[in-house]
Write a protein that binds this ligand. Structure first.
Ligand code: DX5
Ligand code: ZN
Length: 212
């Protein structure tokens, strides 16, 4: 079974409540909330105010917060208070990765660690015991609607080979066509932005992922 985490970066910005309500009604498991600072990635997205508003309106849907920030440690408490269930940071940040992961857990959230396509999976090794989840990027982070990078699947196998037993999540260019490949590599959670919010039948897409 692969859980589905729609990325609201691909939702209709002026009808966010309608799109999230529809996603929830169609059975999504989590909501993926992409936070971008214009430095770590060349784009800006949402902040804690929207995160808190979504949490208040949709308390049943766990918020899977993906921090694409140079200094995520400055915002961990803010997003924890805004209602994040999970907070994922990137291994490429200049700061102390281990301290940030431990702080996320101390705040009562599940910790997550992500890596860009160009970062070797070995870079995660020192932090796996502090990571409840690893988020493997299958696009260069910063924008939705990009093409899936299948060569990143090797990182999933390598993580299991390192003895990692936490959740494996994949993010970027995921769609109905490549979901079976994710299942072959033992993915637990699929982030889907464009493929989900442009789907003819969201419920069918969720059922397909759940059936793998
Ligand atoms: C990209 C984000 C992804 C993106 C996924 O930086 O981290 O979550 O929104 O969108 P799609 O599924 O359209 O690639
Ligand atoms: Zn993301």
């Amino acid at each position: 079974m692969i859980k589905v985490a729609p990325s609201i970066l691909a939702a209709d910005m002026l009808c966010m409540e309608r799109d999230i309500a529809r996603a929830e009604a169609n059975g999504c498991d989590w909501l993926h909330f992409d936070v971008m600072d214009g430095h770590f990635v060349p784009n800006l997205s949402f902040g804690p105010a929207l995160c808190g508003a979504i949490r208040k309106r949709f308390p049943e849907v766990p918020l899977d917060v993906h921090l694409m920030l140079d200094n995520p440690e400055k915002y961990l408490e803010t997003f924890a208070r805004a209602g994040a269930a999970r907070i994922t940071i990137h291994v490429e940040i200049p700061g102390d990765v281990r301290a940030a992961l431990r702080r996320i857990r101390a705040l009562g959230c599940k910790s997550g660690l992500s890596l860009k396509p160009g970062t070797p999976v070995e870079a995660l090794k020192p932090y796996l015991e502090d990571s409840d989840l690893v988020l493997v990027m299958t696009v260069e982070p910063g924008f939705g609607g990009q093409s899936f990078m299948a060569d990143q699947m090797a990182k999933l196998d390598a993580l299991r080979g390192m003895g990692y037993r936490g959740l494996l999540e994949v993010d970027g260019g995921v769609n109905a066509g490549n979901l079976p490949l994710l299942a072959q590599h033992g993915v637990d959670v699929a982030v889907m932005g464009t493929a989900f919010f442009h789907a003819e039948d969201q419920a069918a897409l969720v059922r397909e992922a759940h059936g793998l």
